[in-house]
Design a protein around this ligand. Structure first.
Ligand code: UDP
Length: 363
């Protein structure tokens, strides 16, 4: 029996590992798949709801790392995860995405000579001020299996000199979750509960430090959301990081009445809100992909994206962080100037099958 440990820490990780766990069930006579949750995101709304809704088992290990600076978080994960690796001696670890858990677990495994599979490899924003970019680049360079979601990832890894024999174009596991749970998403009652009609509202989410950590940019962002809400109802589920800063800078009562302010919401309801929105305005990575798959217009409030296929092929509009331009672009899209997108290659709901088959055959 071979042993594989997947390491998850934050909201998008849970969504990426759920379909991989499911796909491993086919090989359960030969591969034991364990899940280690580092506890980067730990509360019900950012963590437990995803395990429940995505039908994942309780993690085999929970490290309870919590918040702290990047160094504190990374170091604590390394110390705790090393004990697990020494004890379990897995044949492979899987790390999805680009959070601190991704690089921390990879560094520990690399030094213990345990092979690493990076899911969502090769993405690059080329912005080293983003902590995620550092995590992505370093993880890729110490990984043994690099599972790539879109063509740009193949180019990036080649340019960085990574041996192509380690690189596999397998598609997008985030879309696997979406495809797997579409029947549930279609049954969600969230629109009814919020009194919304399909195709008549805007969904907004923000959590990137560059948008929400400083008072000046956060207040401009809130002003932009207010301006968009003069023409459409805006649904705004607020990420804990953003909420903390809204409170810190006393901006929480500045949001006007046409905005439905919510705490972070569960996966099924959030995807229902995404699928039925007229427009999504976000700085999230995963949401750029989900809107592209669903053919929903998306404005990305960032100066770059590590997921260029979403704007080159999909329905993503890269507008930048000039908030006047964001409001202007929203007006244009809401008045009908929309992009007709296509779904990128291999975003077909089968990426996890490809990934687990490759792992099964090579372990
Ligand atoms: N998401 C969710 N509830 C929310 C906001 C987002 O379920 O209130 C989901 C979203 O559909 C996507 C994932 O969380 O699947 C994206 O996570 P996030 O934006 O936190 O991270 P990023 O993708 O930017 O790393």
């Amino acid at each position: 029996m071979k042993k594989v440990i997947s390491v998850v820490g934050a909201r998008p990780n849970f969504i990426k590992i759920a379909p991989i766990h499911k796909a491993f069930q086919k090989y359960s006579d030969d591969i034991q798949h364990l899940i280690c949750h580092t506890g980067q995101h730990f509360d019900n709304k950012m963590s437990k709801v995803f395990f429940d809704e995505l039908q994942m088992p309780k993690p085999d290990y929970y490290l309870g790392i919590g918040g702290g600076s990047h160094a504190q978080q990374t170091a604590r994960i390394m110390v705790e995860f090393e004990k697990i690796l020494l004890d379990e001696k897995p044949d492979l670890i899987i790390v999805p995405g680009d959070v601190n858990s991704t690089i921390a677990a990879s560094l520990v495994a690399a030094k213990l000579h345990i092979p690493i599979a990076h899911v969502e490899s090769g993405l690059r924003s080329f912005d080293r001020k983003m902590p995620e970019e550092i995590n992505r680049v370093l993880t890729d360079h110490i990984s043994d299996y690099l599972f790539v979601t879109e063509k740009s990832g193949l180019d990036n890894l080649q340019i960085e000199g990574i041996d192509s024999s380690k690189v596999y174009f397998t598609g997008n596991v985030m879309i696997d979750s979406l495809v797997n749970f579409l029947p549930h998403i279609n049954k969600s009652e969230i629109l009814k509960e919020l009194g919304l009609t399909k195709g008549t509202y805007v969904l907004a989410t923000f959590h990137r430090p560059s948008n929400v950590d400083e008072q000046v940019s956060l207040s401009k962002l809130i002003d932009a959301v207010n301006r968009i809400s003069t023409s459409r109802k805006v649904v705004f589920p607020i990420h804990p990081r953003t909420m903390n800063n809204l409170k810190k800078y006393r901006l929480s009562d500045k949001l006007n009445d046409n905005i439905i302010v919510l705490e972070p919401i569960g996966y099924i309801d959030f995807l229902s809100l995404t699928k039925n929105a007229e427009l999504v305005v976000t700085d999230s990575g995963g949401i750029q992909e989900e809107t592209t798959f669903l053919g929903v217009q998306c404005i990305t409030v960032r100066d770059n994206t590590e997921r260029p296929s979403t704007s080159e092929i999909g329905t993503n509009h890269m507008i930048g962080t000039d908030f006047d331009k964001v409001v202007e672009a929203s007006k244009e899209i809401l008045s009908g100037k929309i992009k007709k997108g296509k779904v990128p290659e291999l975003w077909d709901g089968k990426a996890s099958d490809r990934i687990t088959e490759i792992i099964y055959k090579s372990l």
